[in-house]
Write a protein that binds this ligand. Structure first.
Ligand SMILES: *Cc1c(COP(=O)(O)O)cnc(C)c1O
Length: 377
């Protein structure tokens, strides 16, 4: 099996896999489960500096995005959909599905949102119930400055829904400090547990708004308010996936045991970018590089599939292309969580260098040497 150096799911550490295989209690009836679940949510709240509440829902990361829109949107609500990437644009579907009116704020996919431009836009029109934005838009590797953008939204009385699925635990997030209202995460990116769980962090204000709607939430599974009193009532809306959650708890403990985890991501990402640039390859984005994924334009004359297949067939390393408007245009190396270590990354960069050479691309520098130099090896 190839080593997965993809932008999620990523490699899973053995102690997380073992945690998922342990004997379990019945999470429906054993009050000990609600205690463990709450202890884990408490840790998640602390990690993101959230004075609201965190909840873990049973479904892959997309569930959190849908749940935020399902729980906040009432028919006719205007919602600002901040679009400078594929996931950013994709929020329009969730907003309209639940009866909202998405208003697109579309910008160049090569640049992060400019806080001053956003402010100028809102000065003219700020009649929005909430805005959606993506922290790291994974297909392009675009990192948006949520710590600057969300406070501006808040100034204009607009709540924010932030998809940080592929950034959190690899890039800093300050929920309270950035005035975020709903933050969405998944198990299979930087946290490095298998796919299957969504995490949402919810401000007191957002919970209040969701609980005081005029119309009922048009979903059962995507209704965040169904979790509000789980602890008091020792009751969840559906049977919780206890083994998945035990794995997540182990992954969270791994994260907490490594104080320098964000610096590790920053270092690996900077060394990767240096290797890419000095070799004469181009990154897709012009600025706003996420430390969790590197997205490289497919060099002229090459085909993404050739690169990806050669990486697997000759070197046993899986990286990916992208989809939608970026299909065929880029290749992506995911250096998030368990993937963001020297050994796996130097192996991946060596394989990419050899693959590109084999396919006839003339590199301007030895990528491994540059990577090693930047890593201080
Ligand atoms: C991975 C990811 C999600 C989760 O969705 P899948 O495409 O189903 O993996 C959501 N948002 C972003 C930005 C992601 O990278």
């Amino acid at each position: 099996m190839a080593k997965i150096m993809t932008a999620g799911p990523v490699q899973v550490r053995e102690n997380v896999r073992i945690a998922r295989s342990k004997v379990t209690t019945n999470p429906d009836v054993d009050p000990a489960f609600a205690e463990d679940y709450k202890a884990l949510c408490d840790k998640l709240e602390k990690i993101m500096n959230c004075s609201g509440r965190a909840y873990i829902m049973d479904g892959e990361g997309i569930l959190g995005l849908e749940a935020a829109c399902a729980s906040l949107t009432e028919p006719g609500d205007r919602v600002l959909v901040m679009d400078n990437g594929i996931f950013g644009r994709g929020f329009d579907g969730f907003v309209s599905m639940y009866g909202g009116e998405p208003v697109m704020y579309t910008k160049d996919y090569h640049e992060p949102f400019d806080p001053d431009e956003l402010r100028a836009y809102l000065e003219k029109d700020h009649d929005f119930k909430y805005a959606t934005l993506v922290h790291c838009d994974t297909p392009s590797g675009m990192l948006n400055e949520i710590d600057k953008l969300c406070p501006i939204l808040a100034e204009y009385g607009i709540m924010s829904v932030v998809d940080s699925v592929s950034a959190m635990f690899g890039e800093p997030v300050d929920f309270d400090g950035s005035y975020i209202d709903i933050l969405c995460g998944g198990s299979q990116k930087c946290l490095s547990a298998p796919p299957g769980l969504t995490m949402v962090w919810v401000s007191d204000k957002a919970m209040d708004v969701m609980c005081n709607r005029k119309t009922p939430i048009a979903s059962f599974y995507a209704n965040i308010t169904a979790f509000k009193t789980y602890y008091e009532d020792k009751w969840f809306p559906y049977t919780m996936p206890i083994s998945d959650i035990m794995g997540l708890a182990a992954a969270v403990d791994n994260y907490l045991a490594e104080p320098d985890v964000l610096q590790r991501h920053a270092r690996i990402a900077a060394a990767t970018r240096a290797a890419v640039n000095e070799a004469g390859l181009e990154m897709y984005v012009n600025s706003g590089y996420s430390n969790t994924v590197t997205v490289i334009n497919v060099p002229d004359g090459l085909i993404d599939r050739q690169i990806l297949d050669t990486m697997i067939e000759d070197y046993g390393i899986m990286i990916t292309g992208a989809f939608d408007v970026l299909a065929g245009k880029v290749i992506r190396i995911g250096h998030m969580g368990e993937n963001a270590n020297y050994e796996d990354m130097v192996e991946t960069i060596a394989a990419l260098q050899a693959t590109l050479s084999k396919l006839g691309f003339r590199l301007k520098a030895n990528m491994v040497d540059v990577f090693n130099r930047e890593m201080g090896r």
